[in-house]
Design a protein around this ligand. Structure first.
Ligand SMILES: [Mg+2]
Length: 258
């Protein structure tokens, strides 16, 4: 069988390593720990740092990952606009490309006024301490019912995305210089154009001092328009998976021939 010559295994998170928004299953954790002995491991996703800890890092530690192994884990947070590396005893932020205060302000004001005009600004439905618009540093996220709303309420709010499409259309009139992406059940993400996974992977190449050919990337949305597509488009070898089960299958194969 052919020898594996890749140096880096990079992964989308949701639907590639886990069931969306949940910690990775034991099997994936064990396989990733096995891979840390042979490769640099790089999860890259739009999520925030604390979710990387909850969904991946804490699970690897629970399953017995050693400090030496964690040195080979590289966290490309918020589409790789932030990079964290394990140094000594803790996670260190290596770089961060946040939106400027002015950009955050422009996006926030455009989305809020659009939602208010359309009658979709539903502050009264928020739980205490929750907020509709959250500054996620490299993107601003609108969540119509806040972060803490019940799942069934979220599903019921905009099942056909029509409300959010209208908000985006109106917000774009006021702040056309940003990209808007409808996600989850009640969310809109807004960010500077080009802050997608290509941005993160380009920085990964620099930080890890590797070439495109050294990387194998796993993702579930590799079709044009999908959030993993920019990686494929760069010419990085990509494995398209339907779920973490496909990823587990591939990783078992890779570990079997090292
Ligand atoms: Mg995904």
């Amino acid at each position: 069988m052919e020898k594996v010559t890749k140096k880096v295994l990079a992964f989308d998170i949701d639907q590639t390593l886990n069931v969306a928004k949940t910690p990775i299953p034991d099997e994936i954790a064990d396989l990733l720990i096995g891979c840390l002995d042979h490769f640099e491991i790089c999860p890259i996703s739009g999520q925030k740092f604390d979710q990387f800890l909850i969904q991946i890092v804490n699970r690897l530690i629970d399953r017995g990952a050693t400090t030496a192994q964690l040195q080979h884990l590289h966290l490309f947070v918020a589409q790789g606009t932030q990079y964290y590396r394990y140094e000594g005893t803790d996670w260190q932020q290596v770089y961060n490309y946040p939106l400027t205060d002015d950009e955050v302000q422009k996006i926030t004001s455009a989305i809020e006024s659009a939602a208010r005009e359309l009658g979709y600004w539903e502050e009264d439905k928020l739980q205490q301490g929750d907020e509709i618009i959250e500054n996620r540093l490299s993107q601003v996220t609108f969540s119509a019912l806040g972060q803490k709303a019940k799942t069934e309420d979220k599903y019921a709010w905009d099942p056909d995305c029509k409300k959010r499409e209208k908000i985006v259309e109106k917000a774009k009139e006021q702040a056309p210089e940003f990209d808007y992406e409808i996600g989850g059940t009640t969310s809109i993400n807004a960010f500077t154009p080009g802050m997608n996974k290509k941005f993160g992977m380009t920085h990964l190449l620099e930080e890890l001092k590797v070439k495109k050919e050294d990387i194998l990337y796993f993702g579930d949305m590799t079709q044009p328009g999908g959030n993993d597509y920019p990686v494929k488009e760069m010419g990085i070898d990509t494995i398209t998976v339907r779920s973490h089960e496909d990823t587990a299958y591939a990783l078992r194969g890779i570990l079997g021939i090292i």
